[in-house]
Design a protein around this ligand. Structure first.
Ligand SMILES: [Zn+2]
Ligand SMILES: [Zn+2]
Length: 387
């Protein structure tokens, strides 16, 4: 039996169960019993909490084989348990630790042996230096660590650091969601904390970019991407009338005019293209992208406060779905009375099977098919853009 001293938050049954099959035996969730899996083997575990359900003074009972290891590595265990923020984190830490420390004969995965005990201890102290609350996940072999960081706008970002046995001599591989590549400056004296500091600096660098993008996300209907990631610098903004504007923003110069591509029927997008062309001088690099677009195009974009998304995401007139694989209907009949939207692929296939259709390759490299709208029989063109 060991006595734990850690500050803890409320318990989440789902979170706990996702770490190991431990279930509360009473309504108040003060006694938990079940198993903890180490190297594919299940060990009985029972955890008793005080009536406050906080982890302070929690008592942990394991079967003898488990207790033997808990005792042997007590100093490291205590070190790690001091800062466990909830039961799930606590169990994850315990499991990770047991995976690392239990006898080599039990080790089935070779990757679990890559990190030596000395490196393991070094990593523990480096994580402590950063703060356990910043560690959002860690794999059993201690090779992949994910940390969180908060940007100047209060948004949480994640960085996954992949280490190998040569750490810190070898440059750790980092995986992040950023609109520009994350170039880590590294020396063999480097620490995990240095990586997080550089990540934080990079987050600040993109503050204006994210500010501009989130204004678009909050105040317009973004048709694509469905769920924008911090790395996404493209937005397809609904314009209404089955048309949209796709902007590609330069993350390093978010104040500059983005690359604009209009999608939809010519009678809707042509006047907008002309306005963009003639009002370019109004673009003010000190203003946000949305403010500039509204000023230059002289439009109010349909917004969540004034429109339902369903009104702007009409299904394709040929296949009757909205999303076809990843594509959304981005072509529309140019007859203002019809204005039916179609997927490019659907319309291309439909028109190319018509006996009256013909194709041309324009000087711009577009493969264009001419045919008739399946609804109003007006001439319709499909531009097959090489992307
Ligand atoms: Zn379709
Ligand atoms: Zn039509």
């Amino acid at each position: 039996m060991m006595v734990m001293m850690c500050a803890a938050k409320e318990l989440s049954l789902g979170d706990v169960f996702s770490v190991c099959p431990l279930v509360p035996l009473d309504l108040h969730q003060t006694i938990w019993q079940g198993f903890i899996t180490v190297h594919g083997e299940d060990y009985q575990l029972r955890l008793e909490l005080p009536s406050t359900r906080k982890l302070q003074n929690a008592r942990l009972f394991g079967e003898w084989k488990l207790n033997h290891h808990l005792e042997r590595y007590k100093h490291v265990i205590m070190q790690r348990l001091q800062s466990a923020k909830d039961l799930a984190t606590f169990l994850l830490e315990l499991q990770t630790l047991l995976e690392r420390t239990m006898s080599k004969s039990d080790v089935t995965s070779t990757s679990a042996q890559t990190v030596s005990p000395a490196l393991y201890t070094k990593l523990i102290s480096e994580i402590e230096d950063i703060g356990w609350d910043r560690l959002s996940s860690i794999d059993a072999s201690f090779e992949s660590l994910q940390f969180s960081a908060v940007d100047g706008l209060g948004k949480i970002h994640y960085i996954t650091i992949n280490l190998n046995s040569q750490y810190p001599d070898a440059v750790p591989a980092c995986s992040v969601s950023l609109p520009t590549p994350f170039e880590l400056q590294w020396s063999s004296k480097g620490k995990l904390k240095d990586i997080l500091q550089q990540f934080q600096v990079t987050l600040e660098k993109h503050k204006v970019f994210w500010q501009s993008m989130s204004e678009i996300d909050n105040q317009t209907w973004v048709l694509e991407p469905d769920k924008p990631m911090p790395s996404d610098s493209i937005r397809r903004i609904a314009l209404g009338n089955n048309s949209s504007l796709q902007v590609t923003v330069d993350p390093l110069h978010p104040g500059m005019l983005p690359e604009c591509r209009f999608l939809g029927a010519d009678h809707v997008v042509k006047p907008l293209k002309e306005k963009l062309h003639s009002n370019l001088h109004l673009w003010d690099t000190d203003c946000s992208i949305l403010t500039n677009l509204q000023k230059v195009l002289q439009v109010e974009f349909p917004s969540p406060s004034s429109t339902q998304k369903q009104e702007l995401s009409e299904e394709c007139g040929i296949c009757y779905t909205y999303r076809l694989e990843s594509a959304i209907p981005d072509q529309a009949c140019d007859n203002p009375q019809c204005n039916k939207p179609f997927h490019q692929a659907c319309l291309y296939e439909f028109t190319s099977t018509l006996p009256s259709s013909h194709q041309t390759m324009s000087k711009y490299g577009f493969n264009t098919t001419y045919g008739e709208c399946p609804y109003c029989n007006q001439p319709i063109t499909v531009k097959k853009m090489d992307t």
